[in-house]
Design a protein around this ligand. Structure first.
Ligand SMILES: Cc1cc2nc3c(=O)[nH]c(=O)nc-3n(C[C@H](O)[C@H](O)[C@H](O)COP(=O)(O)OP(=O)(O)OC[C@H]3O[C@@H](n4cnc5c(N)ncnc54)[C@H](O)[C@@H]3O)c2cc1C
Length: 101
């Protein structure tokens, strides 16, 4: 998955959830207006909308970087290495090795 844990489940989504809640509740301006200040009710939908928008944007940034750096060639290399590993497992099994799936 382009972006891995950082973009899809880890760093970026977790910090975006935090930041979205701060902004939607007006937490950042409570120092100016007092603890009673509130921007209104927020929903899970509001927060997910922001998180999904950030994930989409970050994924597109990474996709563009990969395109600029000929990522197609890297996919080919990863596939070659995978084929080699699968080949080694098949040889091991055919020689009587106890490989379990
Ligand atoms: C909730 C949360 C919050 C976090 N917050 C922070 C933070 O604030 N600061 C920080 O520094 N770190 C944070 N982290 C940790 C950080 O996100 C991870 O350590 C980092 O993203 C790991 O990067 P990685 O490239 O090693 O692995 P990954 O991001 O997991 O990337 C591995 C990639 O390999 C791909 N892949 C897996 N198997 C295969 C396969 N067989 N063939 C082809 N591709 C495959 C995956 O799809 C993925 O794209 C957080 C993590 C979580 C879960």
């Amino acid at each position: 998955m382009i972006g891995g844990v950082c973009v899809h489940t880890g760093t970026i989504p977790s910090k975006t959830v935090r930041e979205a809640i701060f902004q939607l509740t007006g937490f950042a301006v409570k120092a100016l207006y007092g603890n009673g200040f509130r921007k209104g009710d927020i929903s899970l939908q509001d927060v997910s909308f922001r998180v999904n928008a950030v994930i989409s944007r970050e994924t597109e940034v990474i996709r563009a970087q990969l395109r600029r750096n000929d990522f197609a060639a890297e996919i080919g290399l990863a596939q070659a290495q995978l084929n080699e590993l699968v080949g080694l497992v098949l040889i091991y099994r055919n020689l009587g090795g106890g490989w379990q799936q």
